[in-house]
Design a protein around this ligand. Structure first.
Ligand SMILES: [Ca+2]
Ligand SMILES: [Ca+2]
Ligand SMILES: [Ca+2]
Length: 333
């Protein structure tokens, strides 16, 4: 090899070594995974220098959330997060946040705008489907908002499945759930999982619901589609979309370097209310129909609030005003 060739080979070797040392650039050999920067798989940057790969071609071999294997379909065939990474470690997922309505996977061609990805709206089971992913700049969190609109004259009842396959594979350990134990059941708003007790991969917090909402999962499972193993989180919701109305479901995926950090951050998901940074970038109208959180409490529903006013202070002022009026009326009587 002449000197020029030696130089070329050395440069390529160094570049490859550098790429493999960086988890965000490393090519994961697991099935269904994609390399950073693929056309329909934009990289979105979030809080804590996290990176998220939002893709529009993540499917399964049997077209269902469980029983098959992860698969790469055509552009627009399946919306989800192929993987996410922190500067310290990568491989949080082997396809996360996949959704099914009435056993039909939600897809749509991805359009990126800043830290937001919108998927073109398909129609499934007679419902107009809108799906958007946002990566939060304030935290290593991806937010998934699914909105179903029923254009027909009668209610449509459908099951909605949410499935995440963990990058931790057969080394997955459930570290915590919102009920206080390490058993993932329908009673759990969120589940924290890690790869080994040493938190080898990013620690995942998978958030399914909050507060005391209208709709909670009908069933959950730690078995999803196979992607270097079937370890993951699967939840099925039964949703009724009223005639001419809309229903939204909201999910979060958070990644942390350690289980301790994930646990410390978990309480923010227990009861997401208006004003929470977890809702940044959404208007009240956009989260008004969320059924798996009680974001807007009964006060807002009962009292008409002028735009831009905080309903809590408005309600308090209204209450004090009424008490004052009663006292004045009693004195005058
Ligand atoms: Ca992975
Ligand atoms: Ca896996
Ligand atoms: Ca539990």
């Amino acid at each position: 090899m002449n000197r020029a060739n030696v130089l070329l080979v050395s440069t390529i070797t160094l570049a490859l070594a550098s790429a493999l040392a960086n988890p965000a650039l490393a090519v994961d050999s697991k099935p269904g995974n994609v390399t950073d920067g693929k056309g329909s798989c934009p990289t979105i940057f979030g809080g804590a220098s996290s990176e998220w790969y939002m893709c529009d071609f993540l499917t399964t071999t049997n077209g269902l959330p469980a029983g098959g294997s992860c698969n790469s379909g055509a552009v627009g065939s399946g919306a989800g997060i192929s993987d996410a990474a922190l500067p310290e470690n990568g491989d949080a997922f082997d396809n996360a946040g996949l959704l099914w309505i009435n056993n039909v996977q939600v897809g749509g061609v991805a359009t990126i705008s800043g830290n937001r990805v919108d998927f073109a709206s398909p129609t499934i089971a007679g419902l107009n489907v809108a799906l958007r992913h946002d990566v939060l700049v304030t935290a290593p969190v991806a937010r998934i908002l699914l909105t179903l609109t029923n254009p027909s004259g009668s209610a449509i009842n459908v099951p909605v499945d949410y499935a995440t396959n963990f990058g931790s594979d057969e080394s997955t350990i459930i570290r915590a759930t919102s009920s206080g134990d390490t058993s993932f059941t329908v009673a759990d708003r969120w589940v924290i999982s890690s790869e080994t007790l040493n938190d080898t991969d990013p620690v995942n917090t998978t958030v399914l619901w909050g507060g005391t909402p209208q709709v909670t999962p009908q069933s959950v499972s730690t078995t999803v589609f196979d992607c270097a193993d079937t370890d993951g989180a699967l939840a099925r919701f039964q949703v009724s979309v009223p005639a001419g109305g809309s229903v939204s479901l909201l999910f979060f995926q958070r990644i942390d370097q350690t289980t301790a950090n994930a646990t410390a951050a978990s309480s923010a998901f227990d009861n997401v209310v208006a004003g929470s940074p977890l809702l940044d970038g959404l208007t009240p109208a956009q989260f008004a129909n969320v059924v798996n959180y009680n974001i807007v409490g009964p006060v807002a529903a009962a009292v008409s609030v002028p735009a831009g006013q905080n309903f809590t202070w408005f309600g308090l002022a209204l209450g004090l005003g009424l008490i004052g009026a009663v006292l004045i009326a009693r004195r005058q009587a």
